[in-house]
Design a protein. Structure first.
Length: 243
């Protein structure tokens, strides 16, 4: 292993740290929230935080990467968690054989956070603009279109017809690493905890707590206690009045 390397490298940052940590906290039986109620004070959630803490500060397994995918591709770290969208770049850039696997199960649970972006047509646009947008979205999300996008990136196809198409079946046969995410979604998909995706700013706040644990070695109970009131305030101010 090169100097400064580790068995496991992770990157933090808004919209990323709270993404991969959700799998860890679920694995210990915890969660960020039960619907709108923040549950970071439960023993299970804090067990997830302790697992994270120990990876970096007790076991010597993990290290912080500015860009974990780059560090993995260059051989600085032996493993990482990355977006499927980076897979094609990793396969092209690595000088070694790359293996892929499901996110790990924990002693009390498992789950693969699902999410991503979406496509929409604003109702404020003219009928002509809406029609043009609909034609474009039909092209973009077609079996052929999503197959082309998936081949170029590693991202999940957005249609089952694409997964089952001859084109993608040939890709999976030639590059089985692309198949891992498809199978994982079918076997392990779990909707994300509400506060992360529905409370404005909560994702970044969660990441701050994660970074306190990872970068500063803060006790998980202390880190979670510090961020919980801020998430609850964001909910009361930005969500609750509109329910």
């Amino acid at each position: 292993m090169p100097e400064g390397g580790s068995a496991f490298g992770l990157s933090t940052g808004p919209s990323w740290g709270a993404w991969w940590f959700e799998n860890m906290i679920w694995g210990e039986g915890g969660q960020y929230s039960d619907e709108w109620e923040v549950t970071l004070d439960t023993p299970q959630a804090q067990a997830g935080g302790q697992l994270l803490h120990d990876l970096f500060h007790a076991d010597g397994v993990a290290s912080v990467s500015k860009d974990a995918v780059v560090d993995f591709t260059s051989g600085v770290v032996a493993s990482t968690i990355g977006s499927t969208g980076s897979l094609k770049g990793v396969l092209d850039g690595a000088s070694f054989e790359v293996g892929t696997a499901y996110l790990p199960d924990g002693p009390e649970g498992s789950g693969t956070p699902t999410g991503g972006t979406g496509l929409a047509i604003p109702s404020s646009r003219t009928p002509e603009q809406q029609k043009a947008a609909a034609i474009f979205l039909d092209f973009l999300t077609s079996t052929e279109g999503t197959s082309t996008f998936s081949q170029a990136t590693g991202y999940m196809p957005v249609r089952t017809s694409a997964v089952e198409s001859d084109t993608m079946q040939a890709v999976y046969a030639q590059t089985p690493q692309f198949r891992t995410a498809v199978d994982q979604l079918a076997d392990k998909a779990r909707s994300q905890d509400w506060v992360r995706v529905f409370v404005p700013g909560a994702d970044a706040i969660l990441n701050e707590g994660i970074e306190q644990i990872v970068l500063q070695g803060t006790d998980p109970a202390e880190a979670f206690a510090a961020i919980t009131p801020r998430i609850e305030t964001a909910y009361r101010e930005n969500v609750e009045p509109y329910l």
